[in-house]
Design a protein around this ligand. Structure first.
Ligand SMILES: Cc1cc2nc3c(=O)[nH]c(=O)nc-3n(C[C@H](O)[C@H](O)[C@H](O)COP(=O)(O)OP(=O)(O)OC[C@H]3O[C@@H](n4cnc5c(N)ncnc54)[C@H](O)[C@@H]3O)c2cc1C
Length: 477
């Protein structure tokens, strides 16, 4: 069988591409989807969690192919779920858009690199992605929107109301795929167990896009790891796979890699891709928690785990020197262990963008099916962003009755975002894929997902990478 399209992976990058591709294709088209893991329905995941201490289920599961990567820096984990639906199963569902200047960091602020695509070119696909994911969000935002969010905004907690009154569209109810109102899904229960979402409020591939995998034009094969592309005369003729210890080749006219930034790069490197940027620039945002003790204000309410996003330290001229910071107002259960002061606390996360560095990279490992990850750390741009936030924070919070500001000195080990190993660029000298996510050298290979990110915005990546997938499929016709 020669397939019209072979899709690798079944998470956001692949599914949004496949959805648009099927919409625009004729009835006779043949699509093969290869997924390295198995399908574990959400109700079974919850059943498994109930049998474990504290209901904990590890995010990174070993698949039938064994461990998924080797790490030279075990202090820096890269978190994902290698099964049907990928990390849509365990993501938190935070979906702010990027700011227009995130796409032109170099020309606006003289740092990083411009994307070959603009905010305006992606805007209609943002709207479509928000519709598919049924995003809950506010009426006014710091980025322009041609359509309102499909569902109403989540409710603020006490301190969010105060900060929103002060900063208006720079402090908004967080746009999120955790439903605020019954529609396609149930309403968020605000229990903060988002990695398993016990009530089915959060968008996942399983609850949102399963029908595309049941389309008669699609054949889905589980427990099959794609190792490499079969490259002949500069084009991919198919993919080479590993399943139950056996390798085989599937033939296809077009290949769409949606295996995430670690495995997309690994597949390309295994295929003999010599582009110097392939595998390089592995990055993610850097997050620090901060706790604000309040004198005489109980911080209560809020209808979801993260109630607000603050953009006060995001897109400012300071970005020439210091990284943008996205503020998240966290509403998960937390109390002060002091009599009478239990609720007199606010919790924030400060999330910083990073400038990708070529020394942080995915390489080929000793075994063909296991990539090696070398991550040396984030750039100084982040350090300066953190220092700036620390200096500015007391002034930003003057409307709150602040007793004490307690900032974590150490960053979180991971933001669970894997980005940047096949970056988008105007040509093959400065990156790996073009603005339509087609590989600069292999013109029938799409490299989807966060691997294509040219710079690492402070905003969460998944809405943007899904919109890019819709656009890539749309432009392929
Ligand atoms: C705990 C957690 C919380 C998160 N919260 C948020 C959030 O709030 N907001 C946000 O924007 N992002 C969040 N993320 C990140 C988000 O989940 C990722 O950005 C998103 O899942 C990336 O989608 P993807 O399709 O590119 O890759 P993945 O979700 O990683 O999926 C890759 C798919 O490819 C398959 N695959 C991999 N290698 C191969 C291979 N060689 N052959 C065949 N199949 C393969 C995998 O099994 C999987 O199906 C979170 C992630 C985690 C882990």
């Amino acid at each position: 069988m020669n397939y019209d399209l072979i899709v690798v992976g079944t998470s956001f990058a692949s599914s949004f591409f496949l959805k648009k591709y099927l919409e625009k294709s004729h009835a006779g088209v043949k699509v093969l989807v290869l997924e390295r893991g198995a399908y574990e329905p959400q109700r079974e995941r919850i059943g498994r969690a109930q049998k474990m201490p504290f209901g904990l289920v590890p995010y990174v599961t070993n698949t039938s192919t064994g461990i998924t990567y080797t790490n030279t820096n075990p202090g820096k984990p890269w978190i994902f779920d290698p099964s049907f639906g990928g990390s849509s199963n365990c993501w938190t569902g935070c979906t702010p858009r990027f700011m227009p200047n995130d796409f032109k960091l170099q020309s606006t602020y003289g740092v990083g690199m411009d994307w070959p695509i603009t905010y305006n070119e992606l805007e209609s696909y943002y709207c479509e992605t928000e519709e598919i994911m049924s995003i809950s969000g506010p009426d006014s935002t710091p980025y322009p929107m041609s359509k309102s969010y499909p569902l109403p905004a989540h409710k603020f907690n006490t301190i969010d109301h105060i900060l929103h009154n002060q900063y208006q569209e720079l402090y908004i109810s967080q746009p999120t795929a955790r439903a605020s109102k019954t529609g396609n899904r149930n309403v968020c229960c605000s229990s903060s167990i988002c990695h398993l979402c016990p009530v089915g409020a959060k968008f996942t591939i399983e609850n949102g896009l399963l029908p595309i995998y049941q389309d008669p034009r699609v054949t889905l094969v589980y427990n099959t790891q794609v190792l490499a592309l079969d490259i002949q005369a500069g084009l991919a003729k198919g993919v080479i796979t590993l399943s139950s210890g056996q390798t085989r080749t599937y033939e296809g006219n077009v290949i769409a890699l949606g295996a995430n930034a670690i495995f997309n790069a690994h597949i390309l490197l295994n295929s003999g891709d010599t582009n110097e940027h392939t595998g390089a620039n592995l990055s993610e945002q850097v997050g620090y928690y901060g706790y604000i003790h309040l004198h005489d204000l109980d911080n209560i309410g809020g209808s979801t785990i993260i109630t607000a996003n603050g953009f006060m330290l995001y897109d400012t001229p300071a970005r020439k020197e210091a990284s943008a910071c996205l503020i998240e107002s966290h509403n998960d259960p937390i109390i002060r262990a002091e009599t009478g002061k239990w609720r007199k606390i606010a919790k924030f996360k400060f999330v910083f963008e990073d400038i990708p560095q070529s020394k942080n990279r995915v390489r080929l490992g000793k075994e063909e099916h296991i990539p090696l990850i070398e991550y040396h750390g984030h750039s100084d741009y982040v350090t300066r962003g953190y220092e700036r936030m620390k200096n500015k924070l007391p002034d930003l919070l003057t409307k709150l009755p602040v007793e004490e500001i307690l900032l974590d000195k150490n960053a979180q080990v991971s933001e669970s975002h894997i980005l940047g190993t096949a970056r988008m660029s105007v040509n093959g000298k400065s990156g790996v894929v073009d603005m339509n996510l087609l590989h600069h050298s292999y013109r029938n290979v799409f490299v989807l997902g966060g691997s294509s990110f040219t710079c690492i915005s402070a905003a969460n990546p998944t809405l943007t990478l899904s919109a890019l997938s819709l656009r890539a499929a749309d432009k392929s016709f």
